[in-house]
Every structure is written in structure tokens, then in C-alpha cells.
Design a protein around this ligand. Structure first.
Ligand code: NAD
Ligand code: ZN
Length: 379
């Protein structure tokens, strides 16, 4: 490759300050160092996490920064020690990694890699503590090790899943964060058996992906719970059979669900980030076998409160990070689920804009319109 080992000048969307529109700038992207890979991003999507760290209300402000973590691209060049990837490979960057060597990576039960677990405050590469992005000599910080709002980015090899080159990157790019999180929460953690009843709390992209998991698992009844009635119509496309709006009832929603299902749901998956919804999602499962899975990220001061008798009555409470998927080992198989036409990814993609209109994607998300907006880098 003519560009290998050299600095690449390309376009990137830079967040200079919290809450200010991103500005498309020419950035210099340094070559990948040991265990790093430089990736040409072809498509990137916007997820709530990008917006949270751009707003930086309560989060550590790290600016100027290149955000973005849901994307698909092609390897341009690799640094020293990288043997699993080569130029031309198709990859999905992931905000959390898999080093394959730590106790978590060696455990079949965990995806919480010690070396590459998500770190939202770090704006530099772990190898040398430096940034690979600069503008006229000024370093620009990275975001969750991915920084995909750039035509080229440098990523640790452990945060890249090598996928089937036949997979359309403009579709499967959404599998690199939210959709896999919801899907895995149901398929890997809640594990409903065929014919079971599943409640999904929160019908955003993550909740609808959890619902897609329930559909794939063959759940016969899928109850969607959301405070926003506008979310219900869309959920039908994801196999939702019943809708419950907690606002329509004068008793706790867990009681409503228990009555509707003759004792409780078999599985529930919470995708709201609201602690009361988390408590309801736990208390609405059937005693003896019910399992609730928490996915939503709570507020810092939240406390989960329930009567311990619920546990003695054999209700189980679990939580998950990235749907318990190991990024490098498991994500290629999620892409294959799409290739085999089991998993339907298209219905999550509601908008598409050229990269130059990235601020439109932010506006859509702030207005709560649509699920995923794909940004096309070459347009
Ligand atoms: P979203 O904001 O699009 O959707 C959340 C939905 O929950 C909204 O439709 C909202 O109306 C609904 N809601 C809020 N409070 C509710 C309540 N009390 N009862 C019922 N419904 C309620 O968000 P999203 O992008 O789908 O993400 C969902 C959650 O998943 C967020 O908290 C996000 O931070 C989290 N998340 C977790 C992981 C993980 O690895 N655990 C990864 C990605 C995202
Ligand atoms: Zn590890």
C-alpha cells in the first residue's frame, strides 16, 4: 500500500467543545504503532453514547476529540506485531476489546477484557499514551479507542472484529455497538426458550434489538413496555405482540405484567437506563424460573431496591455489558446471522446522510427521530 508507514491527511469531524456542532477538518493520521491497525472507515453510525460524550454533561470533558464508535471499514495498514489482520480485511471497530490473553478473555463467561475494556476518559492509544490524530501539530483526542468519525482512524488490533468481506458494510456497521448489545442481552443472557413470554422495557434501538433476539429465539409473546406511545407502532416490526405504557395504569407496571401473564413473564430485558424500570423488570418475572437482564446504564446515584424475598422466590437478576459478546470471537458470527437472513438489520437503519452532514445525524438523535442514521464517508 502506497500510504503504509506514512501520515495520511483526511477529513474528520472534530468536536472542539462540548455541545458545539462538529466541524469537518483536515486531520493528519499517524501510521499504526505496535499492535495497532489503521482503518479506512466507509460507514459510521451515530449512537447515544457519542451524543452523551459530546454533550459532556456529567462526563469528563475530553476535547478536542474525534467521536464515533459504530462503524465498518477496511484495513489500510498494520503496525508491528499484528498478525491476525492484513490490508484489505473488512472490520468492525468495537468500543471494548478482547486481548485474548487476560483472565477475562480466557474465561468463557466474561467479555470484560482487562486490557481493552471500555475507557471513556482515555483520549490516547494505550501503547504509548499518545494520540494518532493531529491538526497542524495539535493533538486531537481519541474516543473509546475507535474514533470512527474520520476517514482514517487508528485502532488497537484487539478492538477490531474481522468479518466476512461479502457482508455489506453499510448495513452491518450497526452491529458494532447497540444492536449487538440488545441482541446478545436476550440471546446470550436472558436465553428465552421457544414459546416463552418476554417483556422488553425501553423500545429504543437497544430494546428493539433485544426484541429481535426474542423473535429469533421463538418467543411466542413479546411485551413492549415504554412511556412513549409513539414507540409502539415501530415495535410491531420487531415482533412485539403486546404494548404496555406504565402511564396508562394506576398500579406499578410489574403488577400489570404479572396479571397479564398469569404470574409473570419468563424473561425480561431492561433497556431504559431508568432505575424504576430496572426494578419493575426484575419484579415482573415469574417466580421459580423468571430471569431479568439489565442493559440500561443507570444514573450515578441510583440505588436498586427490591425485597430479598423476590430472590428466595427464585427470580433471577442479571446484567450484561455488550450483550456478553466477545468482540473478536463472537461479532463475526453475529454478522453471519445477518448473512443467513436470520437477523434483520435493515429495519434498524432509518436514515442515511453523507459524512459532511454529520450534524444532521446529531439533530435526528436529539429529536428522538429514527433508530440509526448511517453516515457515508465516500459521497
Ligand atoms: P433510547 O433512549 O433510544 O431508548 C430508551 C427508551 O426507554 C425510550 O424509548 C424511553 O421512552 C424508554 N423509557 C425511559 N424510561 C422508561 C421507563 N421508566 N419505563 C419504560 N420505558 C422507559 O436508548 P437506547 O440507545 O436504546 O439505549 C438504551 C439503554 O442501553 C441506555 O441506557 C444505554 O446507555 C444502554 N446501553 C447499554 C450497553 C451495555 O453494554 N450494557 C450498551 C449500549 C447502550
Ligand atoms: Zn483481555
Amino acid at each position: 500500500m502506497a500510504t503504509a508507514g506514512k501520515v495520511i491527511k483526511c477529513k474528520a469531524a472534530v468536536a472542539w467543545e462540548a455541545g458545539k456542532p462538529l466541524s469537518i477538518e483536515e486531520v493528519e493520521v499517524a501510521p499504526p504503532q505496535a499492535m495497532e491497525v489503521r482503518v479506512k472507515i466507509l460507514y459510521t453510525a451515530l449512537c447515544h453514547t457519542d451524543v452523551y460524550f459530546w454533550e459532556a454533561k456529567g462526563q469528563t470533558p475530553v476535547f478536542p476529540r474525534i467521536l464515533g464508535h459504530e462503524a465498518g471499514g477496511i484495513v489500510e495498514s498494520v503496525g508491528e506485531g499484528v498478525t491476525e489482520l492484513a490490508p484489505g480485511d473488512h472490520v468492525l471497530p468495537v468500543f471494548t476489546g478482547e486481548c485474548k490473553e487476560c483472565a477475562h478473555c480466557k474465561s468463557e463467561e466474561s467479555n470484560m477484557c482487562d486490557l481493552l475494556r471500555i475507557n471513556v476518559d482515555r483520549g490516547v492509544m494505550i501503547g504509548d499514551g499518545k494520540s494518532r490524530f493531529s491538526i497542524k501539530g495539535q493533538p486531537i483526542f481519541h474516543f473509546v479507542g475507535t474514533s470512527t468519525f474520520s476517514e482514517y482512524t487508528v485502532i488497537h488490533v484487539g478492538c477490531l472484529a474481522k468479518i466476512n468481506p461479502e457482508a455489506p458494510l453499510d448495513k452491518v456497521c450497526v452491529l458494532s455497538c447497540g444492536i449487538s448489545t440488545g441482541l446478545g442481552a436476550t440471546l446470550n443472557v436472558a436465553k428465552p426458550v421457544k414459546g416463552s413470554t418476554v417483556a422488553i422495557f425501553g423500545l429504543g434501538a437497544v430494546g428493539l434489538a433485544a426484541m429481535e433476539g426474542a423473535r429469533l429465539a421463538g418467543a411466542s409473546r413479546i411485551i413492549g413496555v415504554d412511556l412513549n406511545p409513539a414507540k409502539f407502532e415501530q415495535a410491531k416490526k420487531f415482533g412485539c405482540t403486546d404494548f404496555v405504557n406504565p402511564k396508562d395504569h394506576d398500579k406499578p407496571v410489574q403488577e400489570v405484567l404479572i396479571e397479564m401473564t398469569n404470574g409473570g413473564v419468563d424473561r425480561s430485558v431492561e433497556c431504559t437506563g431508568n432505575v424504576n424500570a430496572m426494578i419493575s423488570a426484575f419484579e415482573c418475572v415469574h417466580d421459580g424460573w423468571g430471569v431479568a437482564v439489565l442493559v440500561g446504564v443507570p444514573h450515578r446515584e441510583d440505588q436498586f431496591k427490591t425485597h430479598p424475598m423476590n430472590f428466595l422466590n427464585e427470580k433471577t437478576l442479571k446484567g450484561t455489558f455488550f450483550g456478553n459478546y466477545k468482540p473478536r470471537t463472537d461479532l463475526p458470527n453475529v454478522v453471519e446471522m445477518y448473512m443467513k437472513k436470520e437477523l434483520e438489520v435493515e429495519k434498524f437503519i432509518t436514515h442515511s446522510v453523507p459524512f459532511s452532514e454529520i450534524n444532521t445525524a446529531f439533530d435526528l438523535m436529539l429529536k428522538g427521530e429514527g433508530l440509526r442514521c448511517i453516515m457515508r464517508m465516500e459521497d
